[in-house]
Design a binder for this molecule. Structure first.
Ligand SMILES: [Zn+2]
Length: 135
């Protein structure tokens, strides 16, 4: 079973990796923005253990809704919606000829990364012997 340290490392790496991917896609020929990398990495580290904070491993069957496939599906739906909103905001900004990313886009990006990190947590727990409950 992945412990808190394993989830923290995975979430931190996932946050950093997400920053590399996002920056490469949005600004392929520009230098890496260290502030974005730091923010994404910190966001990943911060939410990496969220399901275990909401449902602490106090007994072998501690996994309930926040460790379920249903919660994973809700998160997946949320990630798609946030992704659409980011694209919409980016298109609006580009239509106005503004290159500088807005605070809303940045916030939505951090939320998107947080959702992905929690999904990674669920995937890691899902591949254990106990697996995840459906609901
Ligand atoms: Zn967990």
């Amino acid at each position: 079973m992945p412990d808190g340290g394993t989830h923290l490392i995975a979430g931190t790496l996932c946050g950093a990796f997400s920053s590399f991917v996002i920056q490469d896609r949005l600004h392929p020929n520009e230098q890496l923005d260290p502030a974005h990398l730091l923010l994404s990495t910190a966001a990943g580290a911060t939410v990496s253990r969220l399901p275990d904070i909401l449902e602490p491993a106090v007994h072998p069957n501690h996994r309930a809704f926040f460790h379920s496939f249903a919660f994973g599906a809700v998160l997946g739906f949320g990630a798609v919606q946030v992704g659409k909103k980011i694209k919409e905001k980016r298109d609006q900004r580009k239509a106005l000829g503004v290159d500088q990313i807005s605070g809303t886009e940045l916030l939505l990006g951090i939320v998107f990364i947080g959702i992905i990190v929690v999904i990674v947590h669920l995937l890691m727990d899902g591949f254990t012997r106990k697996g995840l409950p459906f609901i």
